[in-house]
Design a protein. Structure first.
Length: 205
């Protein structure tokens, strides 16, 4: 098993889904996991240690474990099947280790509250992990081979100001005063064919 930490929780502007980025300890390998909006908020609240007036769902889970003298030792992401991650909560009860099946998103939200380590199976990291430098080279190779080649997932990282300046220059050169309303189409019946394609919705974990 490989120990990871939570690198960030990111927003997809095209859908209500969120992306939790896990980073391998002492390495630049990342594991992105799609989670639901509420699970992402629960993880963020736990990371920021925000005080709430009443316990949220994952606070309640932690309290239940504590009430029964069960200490959360670690949470694990144990497998990846058909693009779905499977998690596991490992707890100690009176010296006996028990395993509780869990979605990774719920397990991670519980781990940040219990300050428990997060572990990922090597096979999962191997199949779904991202190494930015390697993926950038692969993307360059795919671009050189032709537009029909499949490109890997974009590497994790912030967009530099230099790259953004290209779009700023483009916008600055636009002359909005020259836009002519007569060139705009008249009222049209908007059927299903006129609607933009909806992005495919990733599966929740």
């Amino acid at each position: 098993m490989i120990e990871v930490t939570i690198d960030s929780v990111r927003v997809n502007l095209m859908s209500p889904q969120r992306l939790v980025i896990l980073r391998e300890v002492n390495s630049d390998r990342y594991l992105p996991i799609w989670v639901g909006q509420y699970e992402a908020e629960a993880i963020t609240v736990g990371l920021q240690e925000v005080e709430v007036s009443r316990p949220l769902t994952h606070d309640l889970m932690k309290n239940v474990f504590a009430t029964f003298d069960a200490r959360i030792k670690r949470i694990e992401i144990i497998s990846l099947k058909e693009d779905i991650f499977y998690g596991n909560i490992v707890a100690d009860v009176n010296g006996k280790e028990i395993n509780v099946d869990s979605r990774p998103s719920d397990a991670i939200a519980l781990a940040v509250r219990a300050h428990a380590p997060i572990l990922v199976d090597e096979s999962v990291m191997k199949n779904a992990g991202i190494t930015p430098e390697v993926d950038m080279k692969a993307a360059a190779g795919a671009a050189a081979s032709g537009p029909n080649k499949t490109r890997p997932i974009a590497p994790v990282g912030d967009v530099s100001s230099e790259r953004l300046s290209v779009f700023e220059d483009f916008v600055d050169k636009l002359d909005f005063d020259k836009l002519d309303d007569k060139d705009k189409p008249e009222d049209q019946d908007k059927g299903e064919d006129d609607k933009p394609d909806k992005p495919s919705k990733p599966k929740k974990q």
